[in-house]
Structures are given as C-alpha cells and as structure tokens.
Design a binder for this molecule. Structure first.
Ligand code: 3HC
Length: 291
C-alpha cells in the first residue's frame, strides 16, 4: 500500500513542519488540532514557513498555493479514518500519546500505519496501547522539519517485518535520509545531543563561561551552525527538559540529570523561541552578526 493520504496530529512547530514536508512531496495531508485556536496557530506556521520560501524565491506563488492546497485542516480526528499513515506530533507526555493512539486505533482503518514523532518516549508503550502494535512505528523528524534531512525510523519488538524499510523508503521519497534505530531513550540523536546541551547549561550555572561565549566557542571551534543555547531555544526548553528526564529515568546516570537552570526556565514559562524568550531573549543570538 502506498502512502497517499497522511494525517498529522498536532500542528505545533514540529507537526506543521512535518505536514509541510509531506505536502511538498505531493502527498495529501489532513492536519488535526484539538481546537480552533490551535488550528489557527498551525495554519500560521504553515503560511509563515512557505511564505519565507516564497520570499526567498525557493517556491513560486503557484507551488506555494499547491502545497497549502494539499493540506486540509480540521479539529475532527474522525477525518483520519481512511488515512494510510498518521504521524503524531503532540506534546511529549506519554499519557497523552497513549490516549491518542488508543483513539486513532479505534478511528483508523485496520491497515493504517500509526507513527509517533516522539523525541525520546517509548514507542513500544505507545504501540502497546493499540490493537495493531505491528503497525505502530517511530518516525522522528528534526527541527526545523522542512530543512533537516534526517528521519529516525524507530522499530519495536512488535513492529511488522518490512515496515521500517517501508517508512525508510517513504522518508527518502520525502527527500530525507532515514536511519533505522532501536527503541531506547533518545534513540541516537537525542541520546548524544541532549547531554551535550545539558552540559552547556551546567557550565553556565557554574559560571565557567558566559552564554554567548559558550555559543561562540562551539560555533567557531567545532563549526556547528548554532551554539548550544541558540539550539536549546530552537528545540524548546520544555522539550529539552523532558528528553533529559527520559534519559535520566532510563539510564539513572548522573550525567543525564537535567540542569536545574533548565527546570527553572521551564517553570518560569521561558521556553525558547516558541514563547519568545529562553536562554536568549528578543535580542539576536550571537549567530546573527556573521550572516
Ligand atoms: N522553517 C522552515 N524553513 C526554515 C526554518 C524554519 N523554522 N528555519 C530556516 N529555514 C530555512 C530557510 O528558509 C533557508 O532555506 P533556503 O536555503 O531554501 O533559503 C534555510 O533553512 C537556511 O536558513 P537561514 O539561511 O535563515 O539560516 P541558517 O543558514 O542559519 O540555517 C538552521 C538555519 C537550518 C536552523 C541552522 O542554523 C541549523 O541547521 N541549525 C541546527 C538545527 C539543529 O541542530 N536541529 C536539530 C535539533 S534536535 C531535534 O530537532 C530533535 C528533537 O527531538 C528535539
């Protein structure tokens, strides 16, 4: 079965980016949000992202209209009944995901593949909440989804044989590079990346170096496109804190204890770009002057 009609549940930064990726590849998308306000925010993400591509001359007005025209936005989950694939991109709270997957299992036709974009939670736990655990898989995109090339395809002990390769093939058709990985906290990228970002926050807490010096050091010394604090703000401090919590729960390693400053900023509602302020405020990150 080809993936001709794809549902995306949750149209925050990641979900909207994922919907755009499918629509750019010519696939029909049903984007679902919980209420009209969240749906309007999702529409805003899609319009801004494709509008930026239009302004830069990367898309013509016709191409942009065609991409947006392939995406139907709705608050009715029932509209996903005949989707071939549904990708979930709701907040990283396991209970919410389990409840959603149980509901998708009820709504969707039996052969619909259900995928989660979780950053680090157990795909196995989500699959076990359904009556089709063989057709549940992780499909983990990276932020910003329209730009970053990687997709981690996460299989579980219950995944149907051949499904990871089908999802890898789909990812290639989307212009992405897939890697197939096992269901362990953080998979590959976040298992390696988040402890590094967390250590940057620890250095700041201990007064070893100033925020902008840490960012500059990693950009100029290692050639990364963004320093760790700019990247934490891009990912979202809430997501970063949650991923560290999952790594810590699985490994019990002190190396994975979330930096207290992360918890402090999350508690204060300073979540990074999505809330307008995180480690950086409204001022440009030190990435900006070199551009
Ligand atoms: N949405 C859509 N497109 C975007 C975008 C966004 N949010 N941000 C940038 N772009 C596009 C631009 O339009 C531009 O496209 P073009 O080349 O076709 O004109 C291209 O990306 C480059 O953008 P800019 O020239 O404005 O800026 P940069 O060259 O500085 O690139 C960046 C921006 C791509 C964000 C780059 O800084 C980068 O790669 N940063 C690192 C990002 C990263 O590491 N992401 C992974 C995070 S981990 C994760 O997501 C896992 C999760 O589970 C936590």
């Amino acid at each position: 079965m080809a993936f001709e009609k794809v549902g995306v549940v949750g149209l925050g930064t990641m979900g909207a980016g994922i919907a755009e990726v499918f629509a750019r590849a010519g696939i029909r998308v049903i984007g679902v949000e919980a209420d009209p306000e969240a749906l309007a925010r999702g529409r805003g993400h899609l319009e801004r992202s494709t509008g930026r591509a239009l302004d830069k001359g990367r898309l013509s007005a016709e191409e942009r209209a065609a991409i947006l025209g392939r995406i139907t936005l709705t608050t009715a989950r029932e509209d996903l009944a005949d989707a071939d694939l549904v990708v979930e991109a709701i907040p990283e709270i396991l209970e919410y995901k389990i409840a959603l997957f149980a509901d998708l299992d009820r709504i969707c036709k039996p052969d619909t593949v259900l995928a989660t974009n979780t950053s680090s939670l157990s795909v196995t736990a989500v699959a076990a909440a359904t009556g089709r655990p063989g057709r549940v898989i992780g499909m983990h995109f990276f932020n910003p989804a329209p730009v970053m090339k990687l997709v981690e395809v996460v299989g579980t002990v219950m995944t149907d044989e051949g499904l990871p390769e089908r999802i890898a093939e789909l990812s290639r058709a989307l212009g992405k590079t897939p890697v197939v990985v096992g269901d362990r906290a953080g998979f590959v990228v976040n298992r390696l990346l988040l402890p590094y970002l967390n250590q940057a926050a620890m250095l700041l807490e201990r007064g070893v170096a100033a925020r902008d010096d840490v960012d500059t050091a990693m950009r100029k010394g290692v050639g990364l496109p963004m320093g760790p604090f700019a990247l934490l703000d891009l990912i979202g401090l809430d997501t970063s804190y949650e991923v560290m919590g999952v790594l810590f729960d699985e490994t019990r390693s002190p190396r994975h204890a979330p930096a207290p400053v992360l918890r402090e900023l999350v508690t204060a509602g300073l979540l990074g770009r999505k809330s307008g302020r995180g480690f950086h405020g409204e001022e440009p990150a030190p990435d900006e002057p070199d551009k």
